[in-house]
Design a protein around this ligand. Structure first.
Ligand SMILES: [Mg+2]
Length: 336
């Protein structure tokens, strides 16, 4: 992860104080050293980003493709590294502010996988994390309760990460398992397993098969079965064919009108119609850790994708405190 940036949630607080840290979509997550030049710090909110996250089933194909483009930048865009980082302060540069804000509270870390711990690659089966990243996450888990929250199948991500001391929430939080290894934060080795969308498993199996058939003629299209959700990847599909992908996915959803569709980075994700997302998963995990209705917990969420914004919603952000800190430090600098 190169340019971790802070997003201040302005969503209605459902629970705890915390930070959401996003990785710019063009950062390529290659674990380069942080940029030496200082980037301007300003704080923005997720209000605009939260718009149009879901594609309406009845919408025109053009608007589907527009949403696919909006979620899937196709080119290295310089304006992302300038205007985007102008709007989103660097988490590295704000490290002290984050630490100050967490004083007296238990930090709990939530990590997205693809594009956050691993590079984004053409073949989703080869999104391996580096040994250095694994070592870092292992150390992290010794310091703080740590969970992986991903849209992928939990078993698949576990096989990538291979750390039994972590919590795992797969299928966008619809498949949660606690650590299988006793750790500081799991002394009684309490098994946590929660699968709120079990009844939809047969339907998701069907939808997976139909989508495989419907997209088989589109070069580069790939359908991934993530147990409680199905992902249609178009990372390797020519942009001219994106409308065909949208058309095929829409035709399948017409047969399964209950299901929901959300766009991600070069992926369309089909999910069960339950009110459960990464945000709900965070809430569940915090409760499992014994932090239900606690004011002394400080969740930190690090992710790179729009679906991660579901998780941002549950975090009652420290906007006022951080802004106050920033103003105080700017004043102090101006006095020098
Ligand atoms: Mg991601």
């Amino acid at each position: 992860m190169t340019q971790q940036n802070v997003v201040v949630s302005d969503a209605k607080p459902r629970m705890k104080m915390g930070f959401a840290i996003t990785v710019p979509s063009n950062s390529s997550i290659k674990q380069k050293p942080p940029p030496s030049s200082s980037s301007p710090i300003s704080i923005s909110t997720t209000k605009n980003l939260l718009k149009n996250l879901e594609i309406n089933g009845g919408a025109r194909i053009n608007s589907w493709v527009d949403s696919m483009r909006a979620s899937s930048p196709t080119h290295h865009r310089h304006h992302i590294s300038s205007s985007w980082t102008m709007k989103h302060p660097s988490a590295l540069e704000m490290f002290e502010e984050i630490i100050d804000a967490s004083k007296g509270k238990q930090i709990v870390v939530f990590l997205d996988y693809d594009g956050t711990l691993s590079p984004i690659v053409d073949d989703p089966d080869r999104a391996f994390m580096s040994d250095a990243m694994r070592k870092t996450v292992r150390k992290l888990a010794r310091c703080f309760p740590t969970a992986i929250v991903t849209g992928r199948c939990r078993d698949k991500v576990y096989n990538f990460v291979r750390l039994a001391e972590l919590y795992y929430a797969g299928s966008h939080g619809m498949d949660i398992q606690g650590p299988t290894k006793i750790s500081k934060y799991n002394k009684d080795n309490k098994a946590v397993l929660f699968q709120p969308a079990c009844e939809y498993l047969p339907m998701m199996d069907e939808v997976y098969q139909v989508l495989v058939e419907k997209t088989s003629s589109i070069l580069g299209a790939r359908v991934e079965h993530n147990k409680f959700c199905v992902s249609v990847h178009f990372r390797c599909v020519d942009e001219k064919k994106w409308s065909e992908i949208a058309h095929q996915v829409r035709s399948v959803l017409k047969e399964y009108p209950k299901l929901r569709l959300t766009p991600g980075r070069k992926v369309l994700e089909i999910r069960p119609p339950i009110k459960w997302d990464k945000g709900e998963a965070l809430e569940f995990l915090l409760e499992s850790l014994g932090y239900a209705n606690c004011s002394n917990v400080f969740p930190v969420y690090i992710g790179d994708d729009r679906s991660d914004e579901d998780a941002f919603k549950v975090m009652d952000f420290l906007q006022r405190l951080v802004e106050w800190k920033r103003v105080v430090s700017v004043r102090a600098r101006s006095r020098v």
